[in-house]
Design a protein around this ligand. Structure first.
Ligand code: GLP
Length: 234
């Protein structure tokens, strides 16, 4: 695992975008694992800008999103489908039939990933409890795509995107930890002091299923690109 600490969020996004665009230049039909959340918004904005300036072509890429709420329709504004269309897919030349989201059929999702010979680059955010995708603490390191019960804390934190905490679905579909770890390359982004405990525990404490992101230390090509604020506990 490699750690890059940047002076601010903008620099971190710049670094991640340059790795993504290098990959797409080298492999135009690259398979990307995609994350949502507040962290990823500036990254998608920058990728869209590159596309508008004709510096990148997304026409052949294949994508697999990390997670989705159970019970929300793709047209629901709080769904990750909606988020991806709004911030990324609707603004670039991606072929929507090459985009995928996890659903109740986890086995099918795993097969679809296998069919394209795995994920080349998986983007990750991190929850305040160190979850990756929606793999909450206690998730098995051998887990694959499945339905998961969200913790009270995650529902409360994610209520920022909903009218209230009550409206946040209790369950979600998530790529598993094993699925993520099978990606050829991983980039984790974290910004702000709210993420500093999760980062400290993931990088310094014991590798344990209680800290899902800690397993990334065992990946041979995982890069944590984080800002100074989130690194304050290191
Ligand atoms: C959410 C998502 C994760 C995301 C994380 C961080 O619950 N399921 O995939 O990486 O939490 O979100 P944010 O970037 O809004 O802090």
């Amino acid at each position: 695992m490699k750690l890059i600490i940047t002076s601010n969020k903008k620099e971190a996004v710049k670094k991640a975008v340059s790795i993504i665009s290098e990959l797409i230049k080298k492999k135009p039909n690259a398979v990307l694992g995609l994350a949502t959340g507040k962290t990823m918004i500036p990254l998608y904005k920058k990728l869209v800008k590159l596309y508008k300036n004709k510096k990148i072509d997304f026409s052949k890429i294949r994508t697999f999103n990390l997670d989705e709420y159970a019970g929300l329709k793709p047209t629901d504004k709080e769904s990750y489908h909606y988020y991806m269309n709004k911030y990324f897919f609707n603004k670039i030349n991606i072929n929507k039939s090459n985009t995928h989201f996890p659903s109740s059929n986890g086995k099918k999702y795993e097969q679809e990933i296998k069919k394209v010979k795995g994920i080349d680059l998986c983007l990750l955010g991190i929850g305040q409890n160190a979850h990756i995708a929606f793999n909450e603490p206690g998730s098995s390191f051998r887990s694959t795509t499945r339905k998961i019960k969200l913790t009270k804390q995650t529902r409360k934190i994610n209520s920022k995107f909903f009218l209230s905490a009550k409206e946040v679905p209790r369950y979600a579909y998530t790529m598993g930890i094993k699925t993520i770890m099978n990606s050829k390359k991983i980039i984790l982004l974290a910004f702000g002091k709210k993420k500093s405990d999760a980062i400290t525990n993931s990088i310094k404490a014991k590798i344990t299923e209680e800290v899902p992101a800690s397993i990334l230390r065992k990946h041979k090509d995982a890069i944590f690109i984080i800002d100074k604020k989130s690194s304050k506990g290191l």
